[in-house]
Design a protein around this ligand. Structure first.
Ligand SMILES: [Zn+2]
Length: 333
């Protein structure tokens, strides 16, 4: 959990306008991002809640000393050895995989792809009040009929402003990035990416009926979802098979488990395989689709921007929901 520093909104003390997050330690970056709530002066425009996330990408090159030896081994395997050093680096499964030096052009192109994939999270969700939640209703001069008044109930547009930090001291989190080499699959996690993640590749998984579901899988956008605090879709939607995998994580006879149940909430079934097509193709599964569950970081952060009494906050918590449909403020009268 990060430490949150809140700034009151000028002239409207029911709200905090800015929240800045400071990581408390290296291993827990829960809710570690900044945010800003903007309330336009006119009631017929949606409010804007922007999450700001800054990540510092640390380029990992192979060890210079071991380079020549490892290059000789690679050559003996019949591989084409690139210019520069080659080496090994452990992936998320702790398997040592071949890596090589980055060229400047490759690194620049990688960072461009990071920005493009991060942008997939922008402008995907709206927060809407339900249960006749009227605390923020506003009466304004009717924008359509001069001399008349009109009452509006606000909605919140969710924006994502992603930045590549130039220094780790200015970042919410640091991610190491390796340049993979050779015919290996390198499994990434949210603190370790590989050059292969920049390519939005195809993925095929079977649903519970055994039908093949074809998806496009932007791995970096998925990892950014983790940085926003999202778990895998199986945990997010409490899918039965993922629940079993999580229960079995402490099972002493791991070898006896079918492979798709190994790894707790990182088990294959938690990405959506053997569930419904709409689970597999989610961004926190193995696809590129966004659903209302993925808007939770904005919903949670919205409540932190409300400087209300506990009773009012409880009422707000039971009323506001995420939608993926563009929803302008509601005109009531
Ligand atoms: Zn993941």
């Amino acid at each position: 959990m990060a430490t949150l520093e809140k700034k009151a909104m000028m002239g409207r003390d029911m709200f905090f306008s800015k929240i800045r997050a400071f990581p408390e330690n290296a291993w827990d970056r829960t809710e570690c991002f900044d945010s800003e709530l903007y309330i336009p002066p006119y009631g017929d425009e949606s409010w804007k809640l922007t999450i700001n996330l800054r990540i510092f990408y640390e380029r990992v090159d192979p060890d210079k000393m071991l380079g020549p030896t490892l290059a000789a081994i690679a050559r003996s395997k019949g591989w084409v050895v690139p210019a520069g050093n080659v080496g090994f680096y452990p992936d998320a499964d702790d398997d040592a995989k071949w890596i090589r030096d980055w060229t400047q052009a490759e690194w620049d192109s990688f960072l461009r792809n990071v920005k493009n994939q991060a942008a997939l999270w922008n402008h995907k969700f709206w927060l809407v009040p339900t249960n006749n939640y009227d605390t923020f209703d506003k009466v304004i001069a009717d924008p359509k009929v001069s001399g008349q008044r009109a009452k509006y109930r606000p909605t919140v547009e969710c924006l994502f402003n992603f930045e590549i930090a130039l220094h780790y001291g200015y970042a919410h989190t640091t991610v190491k990035v390796v340049n993979v080499y050779g015919p290996n699959f390198f499994r990434s996690h949210n603190r370790l990416y590989s050059s292969g993640d920049a390519v939005i590749g195809p993925n095929e998984s079977q649903d519970w009926r055994g039908n093949v579901v074809k998806t496009k899988y932007p791995v970096i956008a998925h990892e950014i979802g983790h940085s926003l605090g999202q778990p895998h879709i199986g945990k997010l939607r409490s899918l039965v098979l993922c629940g079993l995998a999580i229960d079995w994580e402490r099972f002493p006879y791991q070898d006896a488990l079918p492979w798709m149940f190994k790894g707790g909430s990182n088990a294959d079934v938690c990405y959506g395989p053997h569930s419904a097509a709409g689970d597999i193709d989610n961004i926190m599964g193995a696809g590129d689709k966004f659903s209302k569950e993925n808007g939770k970081p904005w919903l949670d952060r919205f409540f932190r921007h409300l400087n209300l009494s506990n009773t009012e906050l409880f009422r707000a918590g039971g009323s506001w929901q995420v939608t993926t449909t563009k929803t302008p403020p509601m005109r009531l009268a």
